[in-house]
Design a protein around this ligand. Sequence first.
Ligand code: C5P
Length: 295
Amino acid sequence: MTFTVRAPAKVNLALLVGPPRTDGFHPLDTVYEAISLYDDVRVAEAEEWSVSVVPVGGVDCSGVPLDDSNLALRAGRLLAEHHGLDRAAAVEVHKGIPVAGGLAGGSADAAATLVALDRLWDARTSDADLLALAARLGSDVPFALVGGTARGTGRGELVDPVPDAGERWWVVVPSDEGLSTPAVYGRFDDLPDPAPGDPSALLAALAGGAPIGELLRNDLQAAALDLRPALADRIALVSSYAGTALVSGSGPTVLGLAADQDRAREARAALLEAGLPVVHVATGPVAGAHVVEWD
Ligand code: C5P
């Protein structure tokens, strides 16, 4: 028997970052949105653990580790351990989410693996336990389970869905070279603290279906730009076609928020014409990790 689970990429509509805690993590007040770029994870019973990666839509998968550090494998082993099961699985990741791009693709794989193996093993893990296991795997993994639009606090792992009457269309511009999340947080610590903020105006606009372009904020953007100065030109280019642009999470993916689907497609065409090799159009919010196939 096999199960395939689809999990979405995330963007942060607000990413407010505080000074590091004693455990080294940074306190976050973030608003996540799940968008329609996906990894599909297929699991099958096997004697030994293994993971393989299949690129979808030309995603460069060379940066994905295939050893024990792979987050999907770690998720599988953690679920087996949680239930005291001496079982293994072959995990196949069909990767449509750009790697090391600030879109939480690795977290999507971990979330999808938890859900897929829970079904394969008929383990019936409670929602609370799944969320707790997800949080142990990474700060963004619980959100990949929940999806939609949600506020994240703690180090990002405490996730509460929020009302969202809107539908957004994004232009998603990956870079050919990723950025390391710890390196971006490290640079954040070297830069002046950002002004304190709170996402209440953004949350009100989401609930009312009002425009949010002016309310987007990413406190990691300055650090990503400091590490990768060429991103400034890219942000300007994307914003000239899409309206508003910002770095996604810890970067280096640049997001453009278009007024609607047609404008997003037009912006994509114009950016390809301008010489960018890869530009995706994605919409959100979309569902969190869910089963799409079994046989
Ligand atoms: O939680 P996750 O394993 O995805 O985090 C990767 C790295 O990003 C952490 O080791 C830490 O350096 C940094 N991080 C942080 N504060 C957060 C989330 C991540 O400093 N809230």
